[in-house]
Structures are given as C-alpha cells and as structure tokens.
Design a protein around this ligand. Structure first.
Ligand SMILES: [Zn+2]
Length: 371
C-alpha cells in the first residue's frame, strides 16, 4: 500500500484485510503520517493478545526533538545529513522554500511528523474565546455550592502546588472560575508550602467572592494519588481556613474516590474523562472567569499572571504517547500532561475542579448535599 494513511478505511477492511487470512500474506504499507486521529495511526497501535504489536513499524522523522518544540518545527535542517543519496540537501532546501507557505504540510511531507502542530489536545480557538470573554459579573444568588480543587505539591525539584476554585451557575449552566494559583516549591517543606498557599488562597477567596462564598456549601477536592493521609490533612486545612475566615456554620463536603476513601485519584483513565469534560465546556463556550478573579497573592499583577498561567497550561496540555521500553513489543506509555513546557499543576487542578463539579451534581451519594 502506497500512501496507506490515505486509503479509505472501508476499502482496507473489506478488500485488503480478508487477504491476510490467506497463507504467506503480508501487508506492506508506506505513508506520509497524517496525525494521530487517523485510522492508519490506530492500526499501528494494534496489539495481539500477548501485547505484541500486530504491525512492525518503522518511523522515519526528519525533524529533530529540539525543533519539534519550537513554533516552526518544519524548518529543521539538523537531520538533513541523514538523507539518502537520492535526496540531496540542496534539493531538500528547494522543496522547503516552495512549501514554506504551508508549514503543516511541510512538516508532514518532508519532516515526516504528522502532528508537529498539535500543541494541545484542546481547541486553541476555544481557549482564546474563554480568555476573551468578559468577566462573569453577578456572583450573588448564582452559586449554591462553591468548589475548591487542590493538586498539592509532593516535593521534589520543579514541583508545584495548583489550587483552583469556582462554581457552576445552575441557571446558565456555565462554569465560573473564581480563583487559581500555582506556585513552585521553594525552600520550605512541601507540607509548609501547601499550607501557606492554601491559607492565602482561602483568605483572598472570602475577600474577593464573599457574597458568593459565605452563603454556599463548600466542596473540597484534593488529589490523593501519592498519599491519602496527606489528602485528609489538606482537606482539614482548607476547612479550618474557611471556618476561621467566615466564622459561620458553613457546610462542607469532602469528595472521595469510588471506594469511599477520602481524596480523589488522577489515574490515566480518570484524566481521559477529565479532559473530555473540559473539552465539552470549552467547545460549548461555557467557561468564564469571575470579574473578581483572585489568586493567593494580593498583588494585581500577580492575579493577571495566574490567570494567564492557567490558560497557557491549557494550551500545551495533551496526550503523550511514548514507545514502551521494548519498542514494538511492550505497550506504549500514554500520559496526559503539559510538563514538556513547564509545570502544569494549575491546569491539572482545574481539570479536577471541573470534572468533580459535574460528578458532585450527578452522583447519588452527594444528593443530600445538593439541596
Ligand atoms: Zn532541528
């Protein structure tokens, strides 16, 4: 099969695949990559019952790893010396010049990289629309439940805490992000760091959204992938902070995982669901920032920085597929993150926030708290 990724799938399944049942038959396919959403790409990922790949694959890319991360991956010339003799460098240069106006095609046809331009698995236009929407003005009466999500730092270099909060407006069905903050761990212990950021964040939450927050039930979501004890601790800190500031008998709900253990998990399959929920909100235009958006710092410029940070992290968040330890035999490792561009913890906490808000309104065990 030549240009195999362009073959009509029905033709492939009805005409070519049945031939594989015949003795001594092999399919040999060669193609320009057409991205990861293509049927051919899915064929290449197929596994047998023992986890072995059905097709042996050889991927030849002409864009180096460094250039892949730039805005113009298609202009990479660092691998030209590896070209076969019938593809001299000066001819490649000519092709590049001619195709310059179509960078995505150039990356595919010459670079052999089908998704060099897929920086995020979210629609960038939808993210920009979210950023450009005017601040959500009226918080009074809008919220009955105020949701806080925390992705605590676990320690280690480049480890960040991410905390976000907001509410689902039951009338317009839009989600309003009221606050977000991400901060790199520095000097203090992870425990001290988490506690300080949480405390500052909650203080500002009551200051900037007091009319929305005081009359609501507070729902807390804490990631408990690493340690359940830590999650219990952090939920207690959030609750204590709220009670100190509000001085009223607010109700609290602490979300738990499917087994009823405190804290929520962020496994790969859970992240797939989170991404789906977020994509739906983004594409439907149902995400807003509150007019009185805040972060853990009282500084105006820091608030704008934190808002920008959340949006920037969303714009590089995507599914990464890495070859397993034994390419061709062990399963590829798949993970959702934006870490190739820096920390992604603020956006991670936002994904948790949105997903669990929907869970809170759907799952029967939370029904008593929804009234
Ligand atoms: Zn390069």
């Amino acid at each position: 099969m030549e240009e195999a990724a362009r073959i009509i799938p029905m033709f492939f399944f009805e005409v070519i695949v049945p031939l594989l049942g015949v003795e001594n038959t092999t399919i040999l396919g060669i193609t320009t990559p057409m991205g990861t959403q293509n049927f051919y790409h899915k064929l290449l990922q197929l596994r047998g019952s023992k986890g072995e790949k059905i097709f042996r694959t050889l991927v030849i890319e002409r864009i180096c790893a460094k250039c892949k991360l730039t805005d113009h991956p298609e202009l990479c010339t660092h691998l030209l010396s590896q070209n076969p003799s019938w593809k001299p460098a000066d001819a490649a240069e000519k092709v590049m010049r001619i195709m310059e106006c179509a960078p995505e095609l150039l990356a595919r046809e010459v670079g052999g990289v089908g998704d060099a331009y897929r920086k995020s698995d979210f629609d960038i236009v939808a993210i920009n629309n979210w950023a450009a929407r005017p601040g959500y003005p009226s918080l009074r009466h809008a919220a009955k439940h105020f949701i806080i999500a925390l992705d605590p730092t676990g320690g280690g270099e480049h480890s960040e805490i991410g905390i976000t909060c907001g509410f689902l407006d039951p009338v317009s069905n839009v989600f309003v992000v009221c606050g977000a903050h991400g901060e790199l761990l520095s000097r203090s212990s992870p425990y001290e760091h988490n506690r300080r950021v949480i405390t500052e964040f909650i203080k500002n939450m009551y200051k900037h959204c007091s009319e929305a927050v005081t009359a609501t039930t507070i729902v807390t979501i804490v990631e408990a992938q690493m340690s359940r004890v830590q999650a219990v601790d952090e939920m207690a800190i959030i609750k204590a902070c709220c009670q100190t500031v509000s001085r009223t008998g607010q109700s609290f709900v602490q979300m738990h995982n499917e087994k009823g253990e405190p804290g929520v998990s962020t496994t790969f399959s859970k992240k797939c669901e989170m991404v789906e929920v977020c994509r739906k909100f983004l594409d439907d235009g149902r995400l807003y920032f509150s007019q009185s958006f805040f972060c853990a710092s009282p500084k105006e410029e820091e608030r704008m920085e934190q808002r920008k940070k959340l949006l920037t992290q969303a714009a590089v968040f995507k599914l990464h597929v890495d070859e397993g330890r034994d390419p061709g035999f062990s399963a590829p490792r798949m993970s959702w993150h934006g870490k190739h561009e820096g920390p992604d913890d603020t956006f991670m906490s936002f994904l948790m926030l949105l997903y669990h808000t929907v869970q809170f309104f759907m799952r029967p065990e939370y029904a008593p708290f929804r009234r």
